[in-house]
Design a protein around this ligand. Structure first.
Ligand code: ADP
Length: 487
């Protein structure tokens, strides 16, 4: 059986700040049917340590990037889990990347260099009794793992590596002064290695060193070749050419299925959509919204520039004027939180916000709201539109990255042919968003067309079925040493 080591900073349900966690958590299950065993390596954050309890020791590092560390073996979702337990680096109050105030930990380079080193050691046979056929690194937190494999492997044969970009905006870029502490040879500090704009780039290192690169949608894989989306990496992405491909994220039907979702007030399928009304009432009463004829919109999002939340905040008066209501769940930039709070104050009963992170509430919102707004300026894959599709909560989204790959816009042709699943708009501006809101409200009034759209979205298969097969093919090619063959 092929053994893959998946190295990441997040994996649902132990650590999740966004889609990365969902995807890393789902990957082992997605690949198990293909005869591939995925072992996940995670940092020993407090929640991870609490989950594993007294786990067997795999390896002891007296000094890993200046900290004592151990690798411990356990399980996540029934699949093997390795935990890099380094209390000085990971046992902290706050989030995975920063303290409670939101400020990044100043030693993030050291924390994630340690993760990369441990990943590379496991994947190069440096740790007795452990071997892997392939290393799969996710995002910048794991970006040094392929670089260590390439420049400073352990004593065994280094496994090939795959670098997946979940979001190229997060790059792990640090001052050049950290380089001597990374334990990489001087020749790694080049444009083909870890050097990035006169500093060290962790994601850059992974993209330059891995045998293959995937982005989390075909659309995003194309977009990051351009400066507007590549954010400084576009040249490298182009240089890597055929080694770069896009594989859509899937959703886990055990967690996201309206027929069995315990977080819903009422469960349903596409044959009894009327049951959604019970969930809608639960949202209305929970959020203090009045009932109304217009659509109930939801937002479940990080409140950030990437997500276009600044533009949405400016269009809330429009949304209300059109007869819509909004239940928003999100956290993020403080000024944006204040804007949404102010809009809720201006429009009591019409706009309500829950500023926080609430997994359970996110399910209820998908199960009861009519439409989910996703005005992202860029969206590598996006999961909330996939959950929306599965739950009959129609996505209203910007045509970018994975949003454009997964939603079929309700233009008249698509409506006539019965294939529309959502509403897409081009470019994130006050005008385009206002227009999309207007289109949504009009379509919502055409009840038959609307419910057809819901049913079509629910029938779309975005489970891991297809994407798991794509990863399995790519893994197999990499292990057989044929990485450079274009997909
Ligand atoms: P990103 O990873 O860029 O934040 P995705 O759409 O890929 O965006 O994934 C976001 C994930 O986080 C989804 O599972 C979504 O439901 C969840 N999420 C985002 N904000 C919240 C929140 N405030 N409460 C609960 N879940 C949230």
């Amino acid at each position: 059986m092929m053994q893959v080591l998946s190295v990441a900073s997040e994996a649902y349900p132990l650590v999740k700040t966004g889609g990365l966690g969902d995807v890393v958590g789902a990957l082992p299950g997605a690949l198990s049917g293909h005869g591939i065993m995925v072992t996940t390596l995670l940092p020993g954050y407090p929640a991870v340590r609490a989950h594993i309890g007294d786990a067997p020791l795999v390896h002891h590092y007296p000094n890993l990037m200046g900290a004592e560390a151990r690798i411990l073996a356990s399980y996540i979702n029934g699949f093997p889990l390795l935990v890099l337990d380094a209390p000085a680096l990971f046992q902290r109050d706050g989030g995975p990347y920063g303290d409670r105030s939101g400020a990044d930990w100043p030693d993030n380079w050291r924390r994630f260099a340690a993760l990369g080193r441990a990943g590379a050691d496991l994947a190069s046979g440096a740790i007795p009794n452990w071997r892997f056929d392939l290393l799969h690194a996710h995002d910048w937190h794991a970006g040094l793992a392929p670089a260590y494999l390439s420049y400073a492997p352990g004593p065994g044969a280094a496994a090939p590596s795959l670098m997946t970009i979940h979001n190229i905006a997060f790059q792990g870029r640090f001052d050049i002064s950290i380089f001597p502490f990374l334990g990489l040879p001087p020749r790694a500090y080049t444009i083909d290695g870890v050097e990035y704009y006169n500093g060290v780039g962790f994601l850059k290192a992974g993209l330059a060193s891995a045998q293959a690169i995937t982005a989390v949608s075909p659309g995003y894989a194309r977009e990051i070749r351009e400066p507007a989306f590549g954010m400084g990496m576009e040249g490298l992405i182009r240089t890597r050419g055929g080694a770069v491909s896009g594989i859509l994220n899937g959703i886990d039907p055990k967690i996201w299925n309206p027929q069995s979702d315990a977080a819903l007030a009422a469960r349903y399928d596409s044959h009894n959509l009327a049951m959604r009304r019970t969930n809608k009432r639960a949202i209305e009463s929970g959020f203090g919204l009045t009932q109304g004829d217009g659509p109930l919109f939801t937002v479940i999002s990080r409140l950030s520039w990437q997500k276009g939340m600044d533009v949405l905040a400016e269009q809330l008066d429009t949304l209300v004027a059109l007869g819509g209501r909004l239940a928003l769940l999100g956290t993020g930039d403080r000024p944006l939180e204040a804007k949404f709070r102010a809009a809720a104050g201006r429009h009591p009963g019409r706009i309500a916000v829950a500023l926080g992170y609430d997994e359970k509430l996110s399910h209820l919102l998908q199960g009861g709201a009519d439409a989910i707004l996703i005005p992202s300026r860029f969206e590598p894959c996006g999961l909330t539109q996939l959950y929306g599709l599965a739950y009959g909560c129609v996505p209203v989204a910007a045509r970018t990255g994975g949003l454009g790959d997964t939603i079929i816009d309700a233009n008249e042709a698509a409506l006539a042919q019965g294939v529309a699943t959502g509403i897409l708009f081009d470019g994130v501006s006050n005008e385009s968003l206002a227009n999309a809101l207007q289109r949504t409200v009009s379509l919502y009034a055409r009840r038959d067309a609307w419910s057809k759209m819901q049913v079509q979205g629910m029938a779309a298969d975005f489970s891991w079925h297809q994407s798991g097969a794509r990863y399995a093919e790519l893994y197999t090619r990499l292990v057989q040493g044929r990485a450079d063959l274009k997909t």
